[in-house]
Write a protein that binds this ligand. Structure first.
Ligand code: NAD
Length: 321
């Protein structure tokens, strides 16, 4: 089977090569994303492997079919960049990697918390400048704090377990409470109570119409002054402008984001020119109590290996379906 791998970074190539070795797969790696502009590259391939920013719309799918491509193996969990109806109509199979490493994202949420509560991002810059003064760097312990987790699926559950280990009181909200987490000492309560009682709130629910801008001026009003908000889930769970207003007023004391509403534009396009065009995002970065990372929650060797292994399995096990 001949596979064209799109949006391929050097680390994707390394991990995919490791797992594809000795298997009956011939892989060709392209840095460019799959779109109508790059569709000519698929000539002669049986399958394509794509990532979140590949644009696999109906027109692209029709061309894939014409070129004899039978399989799309996504190296991500979501299908939102694929026209699944078009793929089904054309008889092209689409596979994904349902969960690559809940622990990786959960640990990244904790990393954001621990950067913010001990102000290590600011301390590091000071020390690099030869400034060892501690003024303004006073932290607080996590032990004994109340942590609210919204969404207790794979990642949220891993996050709750870690926070229990820190000696936190863990309050949860999910449409489907987990008995396992209850047995481990977590407590499910109403969403409003999460807002009222938590010192730290971490978002681990999916983005859908009911969670869009979940963190907005109304929910923020219900929270403790100086609350810490962590979002490693999807950018649009947080209303960015209203979060900025809450940073100005002190309602939000700390904000840790791995995801941002306009991230496709900011992280993937604008960053190539090293100019951030989004003024709200720019403003966000000026706050000393805000830490932002560029959607790297999943980015660990364990998760990348799992993505590569599952992608190769998807390609091999379904090639004769
Ligand atoms: P999951 O499906 O295992 O869990 C999601 C949980 O949210 C489920 O228990 C579900 O019942 C709950 N939920 C759904 N609607 C809800 C609502 N309105 N209120 C509260 N809870 C609700 O998903 P997961 O694998 O744990 O992923 C969680 C999120 O993390 C996803 O949005 C995903 O996009 C994001 N994610 C981020 C990264 C990253 O690198 N930052 C990587 C992978 C996933």
């Amino acid at each position: 089977m001949k596979v064209a791998v799109f949006s391929c970074k050097p680390y994707d190539k390394r991990t995919l090569t490791t797992f594809a070795n000795d298997k009956q797969l011939s892989m060709s790696y392209f840095e460019s994303r799959l779109s109508m502009e790059t569709i000519s590259l698929v000539k002669g391939f049986d399958a394509v492997s794509c990532f979140v920013n590949d644009d696999i719309n109906a027109e692209v799918i029709q061309c894939l079919k014409q070129q004899g491509v039978k399989t799309i193996a996504l190296r991500c969990a979501g299908f939102n960049n694929v026209d699944l109806d078009a793929a089904q109509k054309q008889g092209i199979k689409v596979f994904h990697v349902p969960d690559y490493s809940p622990t990786s994202v959960a640990e990244h949420a904790v990393a954001l918390i621990m950067t913010l509560n001990r102000k290590t991002h600011r301390a590091y810059h000071r020390v690099k400048e030869g400034n060892f003064a501690l003024e303004g760097l006073m932290g607080f312990n996590l032990e004994g704090k109340t942590v609210g987790c919204i969404g207790t699926g794979r990642i949220g559950a891993a996050f709750c377990r870690i926070m229990k280990g820190f000696g936190c009181r863990v309050l949860c909200y999910d449409l489907f409470p987990s008995q396992e987490l209850i047995d481990q000492g977590c407590q499910y309560i109403a969403l409003d109570e999460i807002y009222q009682k938590s010192d730290i709130i971490s978002l681990h629910c999916p983005l859908n119409p009911s969670t869009h801008h979940l963190i907005n001026k109304h929910s923020l009003e219900k929270m403790k002054d100086g609350v810490m908000i962590i979002n490693t889930s999807r950018g649009a769970l947080v209303h960015a402008q209203e979060a900025i207003d809450a940073l100005y007023s002190g309602k939000i004391g700390y904000l840790g984001l791995d995801v941002y509403e306009q991230e496709n534009k900011i992280f993937f396009e604008d960053m190539s020119s090293h100019i951030i065009q989004d003024s709200v995002f720019q403003l966000m970065l000026t706050f000393p109590n805000v830490v932002v990372t560029g959607h790297q929650g999943y980015f660990t060797i364990e998760a990348l290996n799992h993505i590569a292994e599952t992608t190769i399995d998807n390609l091999l096990h379904h090639q004769n379906d």
